[in-house]
Design a protein around this ligand. Sequence first.
Ligand SMILES: C[S@@+](CC[C@H](N)C(=O)[O-])C[C@H]1O[C@@H](n2cnc3c(N)ncnc32)[C@H](O)[C@@H]1O
Length: 191
Amino acid sequence: MKLADERGMTTVYEPAEDSRLLADAVLDRIDGGRVLEVGVGSGYVAARVDSETHADVVGCDINPAACARAKGEGIEIVRSNLTDPFAADSFDAVVFNPPYLPTPPDEEWDDPLEYALSGGEDGRRVVRPFLADVGRILRPTGRCYLLVSTLTDIEAVVELAETAGLAAEQIAEESFPFERLVVLKITQKNT
Ligand SMILES: C[S@@+](CC[C@H](N)C(=O)[O-])C[C@H]1O[C@@H](n2cnc3c(N)ncnc32)[C@H](O)[C@@H]1O
């Protein structure tokens, strides 16, 4: 099996429409506080939050090449699987543009670009554990901003949030020929 860089492909996700929709939505809502971007990729979203708000920004990614690239943008970076290493009640906002493309098992590549794009068979393989834990690291009045696509089944994602004791509402959207992208604002249920 050839890895992404052997196929002549970049191993870090380049900012695209989803990155820009998420950045624009959060910049309207984040003014300061401690902010984590999960799956920081190139650092585009985190760098905009860092330079256009008063927030104290940390990024994390499972891909070491993404961590190096985002660090080069001046962002504090932790290499991690999702929210695993972060302490409880430690962020005012958590931002995530996850891998969400539904991908049949026989079309998966075991490489960093696949980690940036594939959400497994139902598109929710990464979103599922993220939503199960994000409430733990958010402060009681904290907010999570999650990019989702109709390809990922937005209602199913909202149900995953509710199962984790969270409430989700749509705050931004953009339509494309094959999908509609949505930003969900996710809060602890009783805030
Ligand atoms: C769609 S890309 C988004 C990149 C960037 N935030 C943007 O919006 O342009 C998804 C990112 O999530 C990262 N990722 C995938 N699975 C992860 C995991 N389990 N833990 C942390 N990061 C992960 C990928 O490496 C990739 O950088």
